[in-house]
Design a binder for this molecule. Structure first.
Ligand SMILES: Nc1nc2c(ncn2[C@@H]2O[C@H](COP(=O)(O)OP(=O)(O)OP(=O)(O)O)[C@@H](O)[C@H]2O)c(=O)[nH]1
Ligand SMILES: [Mg+2]
Length: 205
């Protein structure tokens, strides 16, 4: 998929602010600071379209970007930065919760994990929730430029050895170098045009 146009449309703080033109939506989920906004900028070849920050929790709304007048990328608020015993429902907040649960136009979710850290307890909960939702989803390992290829491969092996994640597909990605960009755009194109493989069948990448 080639990016022909990309524009910020709205920072929605409730479904009534979301676009109503029915275009398919691809959402980007993950812990605060994992690199969601940077990934979107790299996909869209726009350095500053989505606001990035070294301070976690920068994105507080459902930020909609219209891409090629064909679909929306939705940058979700990050979750995490809570200690012990707090469940995902509480840290996600009603906005994200309702969006992921109810949004008709949402056709796929890209779940980001930090390539260095793998999946945290909250990430595993999120994966479980996406699985229940039944939409195609893909695990993207961000900041892959910070690891050697050997360490990256080891990290993927570790994730695949985790029973909760074994059936999923992983795509290393770097917003710094562009690693993974073409593959991710191809996956997005497939899921938004109906050629996607449901996650239960694996090999979504
Ligand atoms: N080296 C490297 N740094 C990255 C990469 N992606 C993001 N970063 C850095 O990580 C920090 C957080 O990136 P953001 O894109 O703002 O993260 P986010 O997930 O949108 O964060 P929230 O909106 O707070 O949830 C920034 O300092 C980025 O420059 C990457 O692929 N490689
Ligand atoms: Mg962000």
């Amino acid at each position: 998929m080639r990016i022909l146009s990309a524009e910020f449309v709205v920072g929605a703080v409730g479904e009534k602010h979301s676009p109503e033109d029915g275009l398919p939506e691809v959402a980007f989920a993950g812990r605060s600071n994992v690199g969601k906004s940077s990934l979107i900028n790299r996909l869209l070849l726009r350095r500053k379209l989505a606001h990035t920050s070294s301070t976690p929790g920068r994105t507080q709304q459902l930020n909609y970007y219209r891409v090629n007048d064909q679909m929306y990328f939705v940058d979700l608020p990050g979750y995490g930065f809570v200690h012990g015993g707090v469940d995902l429902r509480r840290v996600l907040g009603r906005l994200t919760e309702t969006y992921l649960g109810n949004r008709q136009q949402l056709c796929a979710v890209v779940q980001l994990l930090d390539a260095r850290h793998g999946a945290t307890a909250l990430d595993l909960e999120m994966v479980g929730r996406l699985r229940e939702g039944g939409r195609p989803s893909l695990l993207v390992l961000t900041k892959a430029d910070k690891l050697s290829r050997a360490k990256l491969d080891r990290q993927i092996e570790t994730l695949e050895a985790n029973g909760d994640l074994a059936d999923l597909s992983y795509l290393p990605f770097s917003a710094e170098t562009g690693m993974g960009r073409d593959d991710l755009l191809r996956w997005i194109q497939d899921v938004t045009t109906g050629n996607g493989t449901p996650r239960e069948e694996g090999n979504a990448a």
